[in-house]
Design a protein around this ligand. Structure first.
Ligand code: ZN
Length: 218
């Protein structure tokens, strides 16, 4: 998934980027409430002259990409709780409803897992918009008040954090000496060819035209 930062200007109308410093303590999940808008559309809406609402969000994610619309250390108006901790201390993430929603949810879970890990946080740091103001949001996780989608989303995030924690890094040890780290992707272990060849006393050459690694042993 592509991740880009495309900040709205500081002078955006309706105080949508107030510029207040924020030290976030939680991440708040929303649905856009619009079945057809993409991440790009949602970002564009924040600076659309016909938008008269004092409402904004930090990140919007769809089936293709995530766009950071405001810096994550500044206040955005997304939680509906005035000067409460939702608006003042939480990063607001809007999940788009358009296109391949399963893929969008997958992207959102990847993104949130990474953000929690970077901050040393667990899924207990996740909030619904509902938790701050009682609004039925993220609405596609509501399930008539049972919030099964919400429970499932948090489980998906947790699963990704566990996987990333434990099983995707592999050590490369040659003749008893640790020479590099590799990574496991879908059950296949990948190592830097150069490290491995050097440790085996072989020479290595890279042909950029044919994208070929040539290893020659002595
Ligand atoms: Zn919301």
């Amino acid at each position: 998934m592509n991740y880009i930062a495309d900040y709205i200007p500081r002078n955006t109308p309706c105080n949508r980027r107030p510029g207040n410093a924020m030290t976030p303590t939680t991440i708040t999940i929303h649905n856009t409430g619009n079945p057809t808008s993409t991440a790009k559309n949602e970002r564009a809406w924040l600076t659309n002259p016909s938008n008269s609402r004092t409402a904004s969000y930090h990140i919007v994610v769809d089936e293709r990409e995530a766009i950071e619309c405001l810096p994550l250390n500044e206040v955005a108006w997304h939680a509906g709780d005035g000067n409460g901790d939702g608006n003042r201390k939480s990063i607001g993430i809007e999940i788009c409803e358009s296109g391949d929603y399963a893929k969008t949810l997958d992207n959102a879970a990847d993104l949130v897992a990474k953000m929690l890990q970077e901050r040393g946080w667990g899924v207990d740091r996740l909030r619904r918009h509902y938790d701050w103001s009682g609004k039925i949001c993220p609405r596609l996780m509501y399930d008539n008040g049972k919030w099964t989608g919400w429970t499932k989303f948090k489980a998906e995030v947790e699963k990704r954090m566990k996987t990333a924690d434990k099983s995707d890094v592999a050590k490369l040890i040659v003749n008893g000496k640790r020479v590099d780290d590799g990574i496991i992707i879908d059950g296949v272990t990948y190592f830097p060819a150069r490290s491995f060849a050097a440790a085996m006393g072989a020479t290595i050459a890279w042909d950029n035209v044919s994208k070929t690694v040539k290893v020659t042993s002595k």
